[in-house]
Design a protein around this ligand. Structure first.
Ligand code: GLN
Ligand code: ZN
Length: 761
């Protein structure tokens, strides 16, 4: 009976690692304290998997910050600015790379494929001297062994490691990262030899880049790497793990022909076509690690469905060569459902977090060898059936309305230039109008008010009074600063998705459903379990209250459907676009109510639109089509004089600029200041943008206060490529994580810069 887990969350069921890390960074606890908390977490995870009966238990999937950074440490690929002098890499150098220190900034962080996890990007060049500088994989293997648990050490594979790197500063952009393969493989060999000597019988290499669109040159690198490793892999079993999508046919051929490899792991949840490839041919005598339990979601597995897939696979690879596994590391799901004491019982019965998924994997493996737990399977089938027919999931009216949207187009009736004219007559804004993205600093006091209201410690009256006062403060401040289009500051919102989810039907919330985003940071995505509708207006009261405090235009602030979708755990019983259309209709109702209530400027944030872009090119245009369509649905019904803004975070949108234009917003504010003006280069190259646009003029992620000159300089650069009458002046993103002592002077300088340039036009 063979069961396997690709990887497991490190944070702990109650974010124990987060608190230990942050207390260590704040110098409130020692390195030993941090090591102790971490060792306890590891041992409890290993024991839990061993107790559940898992055969292939991963080790080295724990990380103090990030598994790619761990690999950088293993290879001794520390950028020179961190002043490392050789020897085993300790916390000092490791956390400096992750977070920067007083004198050097951190290494870059970027999204791990299409997940919300972020890894530290290795910086490599021809001069890097690789050396074996972190023995963590061996230490962890031995640590588990000392507890009586034989584990499968997990390494980020050498080819994926290089493909996920970037050329270091000063290195030619076209430097081939893969040319370093010959230099990293000797370190991998040392690691493998040590693991073998320590008693490891299996090693897992994660090569998730195999699911991307790789050219033949890159695919060739896998063949070269594993051929080179082959002699040292002798005497140990090796599984090469892929995840997050289908393995393309070409890559499948290369993968399954790799030398020295005994098993191959596939994501069979996202990779439905991989199944056909396997059916079309799988190397005899090799192990198939079948990822049938979803590591990216929180839904209980359809055990009967999985079992029938597994039976079919058994027929292909043979009974003794099939291993039941997760679709990817469980890092991307919540930790343990047991801690969800407040969740509705019935909804809970439809869910499985990491700890429950371990049990599912094992139950499937047992069923394959004739030890089916009938009780578990029938309870699972019953829960699945109830979920399918539950009235709390299905809302016929919503289903119908969403279905009617498909295939049709939704656009505002007039062109953006005609609309901008009509809006200008009404709003009468100066050139280079100034605005902000929505949130203002969230003070401790403000968080306390919200918390106490939620806990019913203060009355609704007291709460409304406190929030109104806060809004008034923010409005007055913006008037003093002489900002043109105001915001209310979003003091009533804890989170831009949760706030809406809580008021929409079809959403559930967890207490401890945290998922690591980067380092010690976690997010707690809402769960969309049913058809989405909006029973009542969600923002109208606060927006009209704010508008009543000023004669200047007040922006109504909404989160767009694509962002709500991408930052939630989404139902798996209907396509994503279906759910997105439903949310779009709910937001449309809100837009129309805001308009009726006299709000003339409405911002619909699509901060996460770029994030949802599928990994494979062949799937991208379909996604962009329905995502952009969903956005347009929300505001296609407003009159010309209502100005629709949108806002997007994340700096890589050059490849989707045409979709952004197709959103047909009147004004877009967009993160820009950290991307070396990459955004502007699109316009320089001739892309026409007719709507209003506000590329952020300063970085809000840093406490640094930009000077007037610096901002004016930025705006001047923008004016060189964008028409004067469409340019807006605003920061990169919301201000909620900043302090007032930073926000006030920064905005003061921003407005001064806009005014300075107006006099020069
Ligand atoms: N309106 C939101 C805010 O200002 C937007 C946040 C975001 O883009 N992530 O906080
Ligand atoms: Zn943003």
């Amino acid at each position: 009976m063979a069961s396997h887990i690709v990887g497991y969350p490190r944070m702990g069921p109650k974010r124990e690692l987060k608190f230990a890390l942050e207390s260590f960074w704040d110098k409130k606890s020692s390195a030993e304290d941090l090591q102790k908390v971490s060792a306890d977490l590891r041992s409890s995870i290993w024991k839990q998997m061993a107790d559940a009966g898992i055969k292939y238990i991963p080790s080295n999937t724990f990380a103090y910050y990030d598994q790619v950074l761990d690999t950088t440490a293993m290879l001794g690929a520390v950028p020179p600015r961190y002043g490392w002098n050789g020897g085993e890499i300790g916390f000092d150098v490791y956390f400096s790379m992750a977070r920067g220190n007083a004198s050097v900034p951190a290494m870059e962080m970027t999204k791990w494929f299409d997940t919300n996890y972020h890894y530290i990007v290795p910086e490599l060049g021809p001069d890097v001297k690789f050396s074996y500088a972190s023995h963590k994989a061996i230490t962890e293997y031995k640590e588990a062994k000392a507890l009586g648990i034989d584990t499968v050490p997990v390494l980020v594979g050498p080819v994926s490691y290089l493909l996920l790197s970037k050329p270091a500063k000063g290195v030619e952009k076209n430097f081939s990262l893969l040319s370093l393969l010959g230099k990293v493989l000797p370190i991998y060999k040392e690691v493998v030899s040590e693991l073998k000597a320590a008693g490891a019988s299996w090693i897992q290499f994660d090569e998730p880049t195999l699911v991307m669109d790789l050219d033949s040159h890159k695919l060739q690198a896998f063949t070269e790497a594993y051929t080179e490793l082959q002699s040292c892999l002798y005497g140990v079993n090796v599984v090469v793990e892929t995840y997050f999508a289908d393995v393309p046919a070409e890559a499948y051929k290369v993968l399954t022909s790799l030398k020295g490899v005994t098993g191959f792991g596939f994501d069979l949840v996202r990779g439905s076509q991989t199944l056909d490839l396997i059916k079309g041919g799988f190397p005899t005598g090799k192990y198939l690690f079948a990822g049938v339990v979803d590591g990216r979601n929180i839904w209980a597995n359809d055990l009967a469905g999985s079992l029938s897939i597994l039976h079919a696979l058994e027929g292909i690879v043979g009974k003794d060569k099939l291993v039941v596994s997760t679709s990817c590391s469980l890092l991307h799901t919540a930790v343990d459902l047991v801690n969800e004491t407040k969740l509705d019982k019935e909804i809970k019965s439809w869910l499985a977090f990491a700890a429950q998924k371990v049990v599912e994997v094992n139950a499937l493996a047992k069923a394959l060898v004739g030890q089916k737990d009938e009780g578990l399977f029938s309870a699972n089938a019953a829960a699945q059936a109830i979920r399918k027919s539950s009235p709390r999931v299905t809302n016929e009216a919503v289903q119908k309305a969403a279905a009617a949207l498909r295939g049709s187009d939704h656009r505002r009736a007039t062109t953006v230039s005609a609309r901008l004219d009509a809006q200008q007559k009404k709003l009468n804004l100066p050139v280079l109008p100034t605005t902000t993205i929505g949130s203002f600093p969230q003070t401790i006091e403000l968080r306390r008010v919200r918390r106490e209201y939620k806990a019913k410690k203060i009355s609704e009256e007291e709460y409304v009074k406190a929030i109104k006062e806060e809004i008034n403060k923010v409005v007055k401040l913006q008037e003093e600063l002489d900002i043109d289009v105001l915001v209310h500051g979003e003091p009533e919102r804890n989170d831009m998705v949760e706030y809406f989810g809580e008021q929409l039907s079809g959403f559930a919330f967890t207490v401890n459903g945290w998922v690591q985003s980067y380092g010690s940071r976690c997010v707690k995505p809402p769960i969309i379990y049913g058809d989405v509708s909006r029973p009542n207006p969600m923002t109208v009261f606060w927006s009209t209250t704010a508008q009543s405090m000023t004669a200047r235009p007040m922006k109504g602030m909404l989160t767009g459907p694509v962002t709500i979708l991408n930052w939630s755990f989404v139902r798996n019983d209907q396509p994503r676009f279906e759910t997105c259309y439903q949310i779009a209709l709910a937001i449309k109702d809100e837009v129309e109510d805001l308009e009726k209530a006299g709000i003339n400027v409405i911002q619909i944030d699509e901060a996460a639109l770029r994030e949802g872009l599928p990994l494979r090119k062949s799937e991208q245009s379909f996604y962009l089509d329905w995502a952009v369509h969903s956005f347009r649905i929300t505001n296609c019904g407003v009159v010309d004089t209502t100005q629709i803004h949108t806002h997007m975070c994340y700096s890589h949108f050059n490849d989707i600029i045409h979709s952004i234009i197709d959103m047909d917003a009147d004004v877009i504010t967009i993160e820009n200041s950290r991307s070396d003006e990459k955004l502007l280069s699109v316009f320089r190259e001739g892309v026409k943008y007719g709507a209003g646009i506000g590329p952020g003029v300063y970085d809000i992620h840093s406490p640094r206060i930009p000077s007037t000159e610096e901002i004016a300089d930025r705006i001047t650069k923008m004016l060189a490529v964008l028409e004067t009458n469409i340019l807006w002046v605003n920061p990169d993103c919301g201000l909620k994580t900043r302090k007032y002592t930073e926000v006030k002077p920064a905005l003061l300088n921003m407005v001064a810069a806009a005014k300075l340039l107006r006099t020069q036009l």
